[in-house]
Design a protein around this ligand. Structure first.
Ligand code: NDP
Ligand code: 2IT
Length: 438
């Protein structure tokens, strides 16, 4: 860790993600002296390769604009590189390295054959026209296409990249590569996209939560759930929770948080869905329409709730937030976002022995259904929504079981951080050992 810290001192998110995994696997690592001889940790922590490139595109005023763009192929020991693409003004190499690192272990947990990758750009889609988005996506893929393919590297969505962006990127890829085998997931249903992929991360997180609650005999019905974010992950988390009779008491965006102590109604959910998905509006508009409480610039973590599901971005829930949640009696925290809790918050949850699921376990349903999309594309078939949903439930139950197997505490409770890290790591480590020094 100290070696990585001095070599990558300017990459705090990457170091944070690596430190959490290395701390969890210490015990099992020390039982395998062969890992040391093969320098496994260094080879696993440093990405296989990083493509960094300039993307130039033309805005609606005819002005030429330039952004930085990346694709990080982290590890392909268990399958082709696989992971999303993020378009957000904050994107830099540290953030994408942490995401690609996390993706490697997450993908390992899904039981499917996928390695880890991540890509993105500091391009911000906010306020851009459809044509600007299209030109940017095309320019990004004009560079990226030669490094990806159905059996080498399969990108998908993440923050700022949804069905619209994947459609534009896949169209350009297909034209450049002259093949049509589905080298992107999260595609439209008309051209190879899987049913349930848009819902998969949010639904999967709720399925994981149900597995956790079952270990303590707790019913989800009537529980107050604080969600952050109001993008792809947050919206489908809310939808599934409402179907199960839980009360969604908060949603947020980067401007603020709406608070509905009685829970979002079906009508309010439908309005929010339209506002966010079709009009790309702000939650402030929701608060104005319904006259509900709105915390300008505020986060959801200080309202009374039973369950928290952070689903916006990394490090959005800090030590103070965790202590506020615990003081309000939170029983479970299940992460839809990647690394939303700071290390201080994670320790607070672990010390309190609440049900706490790290993103790499709880949000793995998204990439898992991406894996199912790849399988359907390879078969040139599409499965029914019921079939995909059932497979998603089975995969989330399997990930939960792996966490329990490797994360059981002596008192019978489960440390899901340790469980997810050890289970994810051991599969990748064994695959790397078997394939020699590469
Ligand atoms: P979206 O772009 O659809 O939504 C992101 C949401 O988070 C928006 O409400 C956005 O608000 C908010 N947000 C983003 N950045 C910030 C920030 N810096 N501060 C405050 N709020 C912010 O992204 P997704 O829903 O797809 O992704 C959300 C999280 O889930 C990310 O951590 C992602 O890595 C993770 N994830 C996504 C998966 C997927 O399949 N899409 C799979 C697994 C994990 P605003 O609109 O104001 O920016
Ligand atoms: O963080 C993630 O797992 C994703 N953004 C989804 C990746 C994917 O390939 O579906």
């Amino acid at each position: 860790m100290s070696d990585l810290r001095s070599r990558f001192a300017h990459e705090p998110e990457y170091l944070q993600a690596v430190e959490e995994v290395l701390t969890s696997i210490e015990e099992v690592y020390n039982q395998h002296p062969e890992f040391e001889r093969y320098n496994l940790i260094e080879r696993l922590c440093i990405p296989d390769r990083i493509f960094t490139f300039r993307v130039s595109w033309i805005d609606d005023e005819g002005q030429v604009r330039t952004n930085m763009a990346y694709r990080i192929q982290h590890n392909n020991a268990i399958g082709p590189y696989k992971g999303g693409v993020r378009f957000h003004s904050s994107v830099n190499q540290s953030i994408l390295k942490f995401l690609a690192f996390e993706q490697t272990f997450k993908n390992s947990l899904t039981t499917l054959a996928m390695g880890g990758a991540k890509g993105g750009s500091d391009f911000s889609p906010k306020g851009k026209s459809n044509m600007e988005i299209m030109r940017f996506c095309q320019a990004y893929v004009a560079e990226l296409w030669r490094h990806i393919g159905p059996d080498t590297d399969v990108p998908a969505g993440d923050i700022g990249v949804g069905g619209r962006e994947v459609g534009f990127m896949y169209g350009m890829y297909k034209k450049m590569a002259r093949e049509n085998t589905g080298t992107f997931t999260g595609k439209g249903m008309e051209f190879g996209g899987s049913l349930i992929r848009p819902e998969a991360t949010g639904y999967g997180n709720v399925y994981f939560l149900l597995n956790m609650l079952a270990t303590r005999g707790i019913d989800i019905k009537g529980k107050r759930v604080a969600i952050s974010g109001s993008g792809n992950v947050a919206i489908y988390t809310a939808e599934k929770l409402m179907q199960l009779g839980a009360r969604v008491v908060t949603m947020s965006d980067s401007d603020g948080t709406i608070y509905l102590p009685e829970g979002l109604t079906q009508e309010q959910y439908e309005y929010l869905f339209e506002l966010k998905v079709y009009y790309r509006g702000r939650l402030r508009e929701f608060a104005e329409k319904y006259g509900c409480e709105y915390f300008d610039r505020g986060k959801p973590w200080h309202v009374p709730c039973d369950i928290a599901m952070p689903s916006a971005t990394q490090n959005e829930l800090d030590g103070d937030d965790a202590r506020a949640l615990l003081a309000n009696g939170v029983i479970a925290v299940s992460e839809g976002a990647n690394m939303p809790s700071t290390p201080e918050a994670v320790h607070a949850f672990l010390d309190a022995k609440i049900l706490y699921a790290p993103g790499k376990a709880a949000n793995a349903g998204g990439v898992a259904v991406s894996g199912l999309e790849m399988a359907q594309n390879a078969q040139k078939m599409s499965w029914t929504a019921q079939e995909v949903d059932q497979r998603l439930k089975d995969i989330m139950a399997n990930i939960h079981a792996q966490c329990c197997k490797y994360g059981q505490n002596p008192d019978g409770t489960v440390n899901y951080v340790k469980g997810a890290n050890v289970a994810g790591f051991m599969k990748v480590a064994r695959a790397m050992m078997a394939q020699g020094v590469l």
